[in-house]
Design a protein. Structure first.
Ligand SMILES: Nc1ncnc2c1ncn2[C@@H]1O[C@H](COP(=O)(O)OP(=O)(O)OP(=O)(O)O)[C@@H](O)[C@H]1O
Ligand SMILES: [Mg+2]
Length: 416
């Protein structure tokens, strides 16, 4: 397996291109020269499904593929197990190149290594729920007793214990989807490919299924490629999200990366309706080099000087190990000067809230409602001060100004 920094790469896709139609070579040549999907369609009657996609999926992550209808999501996921034959490029699973596998190897990959969960459940109507859940194992030729044992366990995992002998027709859509998931889990393959697996479910059941998948994932740590056109679903489930348009990958990143730094207008349009409060964290919002006081070095006069320079009446204080201690207020410092004291120690107010990097705007807002000083962001382990989040930046995030306005205002706030 290849390593990418500290993560194990499970699937690696390199310059993957898929063209539908007969005149593939001609279309590929046009694509190389930079022709658009429309031009290629017009000239060659070929459709560009995927256009030079490259990405890596890490072990144990939920990798979500998003995009409008026709953007190439299904085509992409079907290239991973070669249900669609790539026209150019490579797909690696661990370290073997799937695009070069012969039929036998490919069959093995599909049966043992990557399980697919389909949108329309893919259940066989005349088989019982148990037989359906065991179907992948039956294809592998596992003995009945063995496969039924695994299938029962998988059905229990998805909350369908007791329904083993029913037929699919007797089950609701949500339950049928669970059977589809159980079938993939029974296979116990490392990778799950889920194409709009929850899209046909009504909203409440969909939400339940998402929770269930997250719970299962916490236990099993599968590598999951999950397709959806629903951004809320992508954010809820995805460790990382890739956004596709016309067969091209527009952006890959965490929800927060995509929201704070959209790569294109298309991506931005996708993210417009998202509730940023629940996604943007202290890590993104914090100002990393705040003016602060060091207890050992800075006395009252220096504190006053620093406060004057940036026109504030309160500053954070850290000790010699750079551990955050609290805040010092100007009015208290003035009293120290009166009393001719030289240390700030006695006026540090330590009973102030601080936050960790991963705190969201929603979590931070209530902590600032009663005061007029910034929130200290401290490292969870060392308790060192990493930066500060100003009230202004929190309020702007919460009220969702235009991005450019936000940037300007934050910069101004940080200048003060
Ligand atoms: N078998 C096929 N033959 C020809 N063109 C195809 C075929 N399958 C897909 N396409 C075309 O490839 C492009 C990508 O389709 P794909 O089904 O991958 O999109 P999608 O993102 O999954 O869309 P949806 O959200 O509707 O499922 C589209 O332009 C589609 O018309
Ligand atoms: Mg699709």
């Amino acid at each position: 397996m290849t390593e990418n920094s500290d993560r194990t790469v499970k699937i690696k896709v390199e310059d993957l291109t898929l063209i539908f139609g007969k005149r593939k070579k001609e279309a590929l040549a046009m694509l190389e020269k930079g022709a658009s999907k429309e031009e290629i369609l017009k000239k060659t009657k070929c459709t560009v499904g995927i256009n030079k996609a490259s990405f890596e999926v890490y072990e144990g992550e939920v990798f979500v593929v998003m995009g409008l209808s026709g953007s190439g999501k299904s085509t992409l996921i079907r290239c991973l197990n070669r249900l669609n034959e790539p026209t150019a490029g490579k797909v690696f699973f661990k370290d073997h190149d799937i695009t070069r596998e012969g039929n036998k190897e490919l069959m093995k990959t599909r049966r043992y290594e990557m399980s697919m969960v389909f949108q329309k459940f893919g259940l066989l109507p005349h088989k019982t729920i148990l037989e359906n859940a065991a179907f992948g194992l039956e294809l592998r030729g596992e003995p009945r007793e063995e496969r039924e044992k695994k299938a029962r366990q998988a059905l229990e995992t998805v909350g369908l214990k007791g329904y083993e002998e029913q037929l699919p027709a007797a089950m609701s859509g949500g339950m049928q989807q669970r059977v589809g998931l159980a079938r993939a889990l029974a296979n116990d393959s490392e990778v799950l490919l889920m194409d709009e697996a929850f899209s046909a479910l009504d909203p409440l059941i969909k939400s339940d299924m998402q929770d269930e998948l997250l719970q299962i994932q916490e236990k099993l740590q599968k590598t999951i490629v999950f397709i959806t056109h629903d951004l809320d679903e992508a954010i809820k489930l995805g460790d990382r999200i890739v956004i596709m348009k016309d067969g091209v990958i527009e952006q890959i990143g965490t929800a927060e990366e995509i929201l704070t730094n959209p790569a294109s207008e298309y991506v931005e349009a996708f993210t417009e309706k998202v509730d940023r409060k629940t996604i943007i964290t202290a890590e993104t919002l914090m100002f990393r080099k705040p003016t602060l006081l060091q207890l050992k070095k800075d006395g009252p006069m220096q504190a006053i000087r620093k406060m004057r320079t940036i026109s504030v009446d309160v500053l954070p204080v850290e000790d010699e190990k750079r551990v955050f201690m609290g805040y010092v207020w100007l009015k208290d410092v003035l009293k120290l000067v009166d009393r001719k004291e030289t240390s700030l120690q006695s006026v540090i107010r330590s009973e102030v809230p601080s936050v960790y990097r991963h705190y969201t705007v929603e979590e931070m807002l209530p902590l600032t409602s009663n005061h007029n000083y910034p929130l200290a962001v401290v490292d969870e382990e060392s308790k060192r001060l990493l930066g500060i989040v100003t009230q202004t930046s929190l309020i702007i995030e919460a009220t969702r100004y235009e991005r450019e306005e936000i940037k300007e205002l934050i910069e101004k706030a940080n200048d003060i």
